[in-house]
Every structure is written in C-alpha cells, then in structure tokens.
Write a protein that binds this ligand. Structure first.
Ligand code: ADP
Ligand code: MG
Length: 572
C-alpha cells in the first residue's frame, strides 16, 4: 500500500507513460489490490484492476455458494452492489478522457454468470476499471491517490463485506436462483416446456427499458385452471402457475392483447431474473431458441430441404448458402441451425415471421401449384418436428386458424389473461375444414451436421494479431469481420457478446479443425467455461477480464452462423 503511494507521489506531474510503473500487487487493509493493466493514455480503454478480499475478512458463508445456482446468485448480487457503491462513493470524472472514472460491468434484469466477480471458499474477487487521472497527458498523482486510497477502500467495504451487505436481500436473490433453476429442470422431466407463475408481471416499462411495467398499470398473469400446475421449491415452498406442455402450442388472440409480451417472457425464461423483476418465476427450458425471419443474413451450407426445394435456379437446398438470404430461407436456416445444436423448443412470433414460410392456404395452393412453390410451410412440418425430433413449438399466430389442426394446446390472450381454448379450436377445426392439401413431398428425417473450418476465423486487424471488439450486444467486430447480432433475440447482455467474440477465437484455435461439428464445438466451449470459468476465453494468456457474461451455446452458434467469412464442411 505504501509502495503504491510512493510511486504515485513520485510520478505526479510526469508524462502519462509513467503510470506503467504502478502495475503490480499491493496489500491494503483487508484486501489485495492488483493493477493488472495500465492504459496507454487517458483516452484509451481504462486500466484493469482487481480487488481480492479473503473470506476471513469478507465472511460470506459457504451456504451462499454451495452450488452453481447459488454461487451465480451471489456473484451477480455483488457486481450490482459494487456498482451501487461506485455510484454512491466515487466522484468520477476528474481530468482528461476517462480520468478518475471507476466502473464495473453493468447488469440488466437477468442474473448471469459474469467474470466481474468470483466468489469461492477462499476469497471474493472483483474485477473493474479505473481511468487513471491526468490533465492533458500529465499524471495527476494526487487524484489517483484519492481514487486508490479513499474511494476504492470505501467501495470495497460497502459492498464486499458480508456484514455491510443487505443480507436479507442477498439471501433472497440466492434462493430465487436456486428455486428457479430447480423448477427449470423439473419442468422438463415432467414433460413441460415452460412455466409462468401466477402474479408474474410480464410487460416491461417501454420497448427499450426492460424493467417491469409500473404495478399500477400492469395486469398480473393468472393461469387458466386446465393449465395450472404447482411446483415445490427448495427454499420457498410451493408455487402455482401456468405450465405449457411439450408439443405444438399456439398463442392466439386479438391485436394488443399481450401475445408478444407473453412470448417474450417465455423467450427470456431461459435466464433467471433479479428480485422484483416480475419474471422471477417465468421459467423456460434452457434448450429454447427464438426463431425469426432475418432477410439479408448470411447462410452457409445449411440443409433446408425440409422447407425449401426446387428453387428456380436449381440451387441444391440440401446445402444452401446465401450472402443475402430471403425472409423465408433465413427463417428456415435459423430453425435448422437451432436444431443442429440441440434446440428442444422453438418460439416464433407472427410479428417477425415470414408469412409465406408460416402458411399457404387452400386458395393459394389452387392458384400456385406445388411444383411452382419451393416452400413447404412450417404448418406442414411442425408436427414432424415434434414426432421425429422431439422439438416443441410455441407460435404466436393471431392471423391463421389453419394451425388449429396441428396444435396440441391453444391459448388465447384476452386482455392480458391466458385462456385455454384448445377444445373450442379443435371443434372449429372439425366444423370448418381448411380443405388444403398437406405439402410434404420429402420426409424430414435428419439434421445434417456441419463442421466449421479454421480459416473462417481470422481475428487479425492491421498490426494487431488479435482484435476483437464488442461495443454493444448487437455487434461483434472479429478482426475485419462484422457479426450482426441484432436478430439474435435471446442475447441479453453486452458481456455475452464480448464472451462470444472471444469464444469464437478460442474455439477456432482449439476445436475448429474440420472434424468437429458445430454441436460438438459449442458444447466443448461451454464445458470448458463450466470447468474453468469464463477466464478461459481470454485471448491473451494470464489476462483476466471483468466484462464477460456467460452466453448460451445457441447464441455462440448463432454468431458463428452469421459470420460472413464462415466456411463449413457438411458431415454425413
Ligand atoms: P399483441 O402481441 O397481442 O398485439 P403485445 O404483447 O404487443 O400485444 O402487447 C400490447 C401492449 O400491451 C404492449 O404495450 C404491452 O406493454 C401491453 N401489455 C402486455 N401485457 C400487459 C399486461 N399484463 N398488463 C398491462 N399491459 C400489458
Ligand atoms: Mg404481437
């Protein structure tokens, strides 16, 4: 601690490069400070710093992190607590560029595994950023002293000592994580794909604000009797709500009655949520993929022949590639790519689907004969998806009753409340036949696995051998390639996008040798992360980053699949 102080006093007033001297490890009262990386100038990315507090001092009981669910709950809680303490304590901006800024990964409504905090039996470690203060390019040693000797000690003591945390809130968040994970796995064992507890608040504040809608306006959800189900929780007793069984489910109802809001909650139910989010017990099978049309996207050698055949130019749809896919072909490719890496539930919303991919009614069949229409609509494949592959679907479709014939469950949303209208829909289907012919020439029997080839992944940009940047969750720059993730809707945190960028580099070095399938690759990466933590993704040996959040294997695959440089070999 004294040695850091001496260094800061010595370099005060010198050129910014003098800060390089403070890289090192310092013993403070109650914690160790690591200055891992010192920024080159005040405008560059801020310096990377870690604080490690021994559990003899921090005193978080092992009960709080005795399993993975609980550990993630504690770690996520501490990231937020540290961030709140920064807001309360740090003076922030002082000098040029990012001078004096203390910051940590920011979190949304989802509880995710993050690299910003590590909690184990030995210590609590927090990784964060400090903008080393300067005027112009001149070291402001006094200001740096303030940050390291006044602000950080206070932030640490406010947020990383168990005695100073809101213990009740912390233990509730940890319990919710464990309970939600428990329901998520028992759900699937019992043959259901998702569960939405009664009184959940599904609507959000605005289209760009993911916090819950004001409780005075939001209508809490209540399960219809016929879909009602009760789960036991390890920590908080029983909970009742709507459970949607496997198979084909339709969500119907008038416009503006809450269909998309329900689907969105199901989409996000693959993640746990913080207290008071309203979706703490809106829980979905982890193997769920939201699919949508995404015209313009890249597709590389995907077998979409189950949905498209006889394209006008004679293109072989068993190995379909495009640099500019259409709405229908992009949607077909996304379904197959999701199934390729293990999707068990597909979610689709009419608002973002290609109509010609979803339906083709009697009259259109009459006008445009099958040999002129390459598309087999999803309607004619959705049952096979379930019977052949065990893949369920939940479809929001207010506009077509043709799906009544193929649905197992029909839920109607009526002023934000679900009703079970399955038998009504079936009666109507029996009374009014669609008179359309099923359009299944070839059978849908297998998913062709693909092996990504190493030369697809070049992280080099200019003089930098590895340059992977992620400024928002919608876009990764991988070398000179831009990966557009705007339509990958289950990506929820910029930290996930950062992890994906580095995961692509990681897997390209380790696994993309042309013999491993996409499924094997994303599973191996996920397993490595589970075993050794998100730190394994760091492209530079021994450097740790505090800005990763755990991505799902589906989003890693989705990013790879959208790379304009991707080349694969189809495996037979
Ligand atoms: P749909 O897809 O059926 O057209 P949306 O799900 O888009 O309807 O919802 C329409 C509007 O109603 C949105 O502004 C949404 O925020 C709001 N809304 C949805 N569910 C609820 C609810 N439970 N309580 C209050 N408002 C809701
Ligand atoms: Mg809608």
């Amino acid at each position: 601690m004294e040695s850091l102080q001496r260094k800061l006093r010595r370099i005060d007033g010198r050129g910014y490069k003098a800060y390089k001297e403070i890289r090192g490890v310092y013993q403070f009262q109650g914690y160790t400070l690591f200055v891992d990386h010192v920024q080159g100038d005040p405008f560059a990315a801020p310096s990377r710093v870690r604080v490690r507090v021994k559990q003899q001092v921090a005193k978080f009981s092992p009960e709080l992190f005795k399993n993975r669910s609980r550990r993630i709950g504690v770690e996520d809680y501490l990231v937020r607590a540290f961030s709140n303490a920064i807001d309360a304590v740090a003076r922030g901006h002082r000098g040029s560029g990012k001078s004096g800024m203390v910051s940590i990964a920011s979190c949304g409504q989802e509880i995710l595994e993050r690299s910003a905090v590590v909690v184990n039996g030995e210590f609590v470690e927090v990784r964060f950023l400090v903008g080393l203060p300067a005027r112009g390019r001149m070291v402001l040693g006094k200001q740096a002293e303030e940050v390291f000797f006044q602000e950080i000690p206070l932030i640490v003591s406010r947020s990383l000592l168990h005695e100073n945390t809101d213990r009740d809130r912390l233990s509730r968040q940890v319990d919710v994580c464990e309970d939600a994970d428990f329901i998520r796995s028992s759900l699937v064992e019992k043959g259901y794909v998702c569960f939405i507890a009664n009184d959940s608040i599904l609507p959000r504040k605005t289209g760009i604000d993911d916090r819950p809608m004001n409780l005075s306006k939001a209508v809490p959800i209540l399960s219809p009797e016929s879909l009602s189900m009760t789960f036991d929780r390890p920590n908080s007793g029983t909970i009742t709500g709507m459970a949607i069984p496997e198979g084909v489910t339709l969500i119907v109802g008038g416009g503006y009655h809450g269909k998309s809001t329900l689907l969105r909650a199901i989409e996000r139910g693959v993640y746990n949520h913080i207290l008071e989010d309203g979706r703490e017990f809106a829980i979905t099978d982890v193997n769920t993929v939201k699919v949508r049309a995404e015209d313009g996207r890249r597709v590389e050698k995907v077998d979409i022949s189950a949905f498209l055949a006889n394209l006008p130019t004679g293109i072989d749809t068993r190995s379909f590639s495009s640099d500019d896919a259409s709405g229908s072909t992009s949607q077909a490719a996304s379904i197959v790519e999701g199934m390729e890496v293990g999707a068990k539930l597909l979610l689709m919303d009419e608002d973002t689907c290609a109509t010609n991919f979803m339906i083709r009614d009697r009259r259109m069949q009459e006008l445009i004969s099958k040999d002129k229409e390459p598309i087999t609509p999803f309607l004619d494949r959705v049952r096979e998806l379930y019977s052949q592959f065990g893949v369920s679907s939940i479809l929001v479709l207010g506009g077509s009753g043709d799906y009544f014939d193929v649905a197992d469950t029909v839920i109607s949303m009526d002023t934000y409340q679900p009703r079970d209208v399955t038998s009504e829909a079936k009666e109507i289907a029996a009374r009014y036949g669609t008179q359309r012919a099923r359009e299944v020439g070839n059978s849908f029997s297998k998913i062709t696995q693909r092996a990504p080839l190493r030369h697809s992944f070049n992280p080099r940009r200019g003089k930098r051998e590895v340059k992977i940047d992620t400024k928002s969750m919608n876009e990764i720059s991988f070398g000179t390639t831009r990966i557009d993730l705007l339509c990958v809707e289950q990506l929820v945190d910029v930290g996930q996008a950062r992890a994906i960028g580095d995961a692509i580099h990681y897997m390209s070095r380790k696994y993309a040798d042309g013999s491993h399938s996409m499924l094997e690759i994303v599973e191996m990466v996920s397993r490595d992360i589970e075993k050794s933590g998100l730190d394994v993704l760091s492209p530079f040996r021994d450097e740790v980053y505090g800005d990763y959040a755990l991505p799902r294997k589906f989003e890693i695959a989705a990013a790879i699949n959208r790379m304009r440089t991707l080349t694969v070999k189809q495996l037979m």
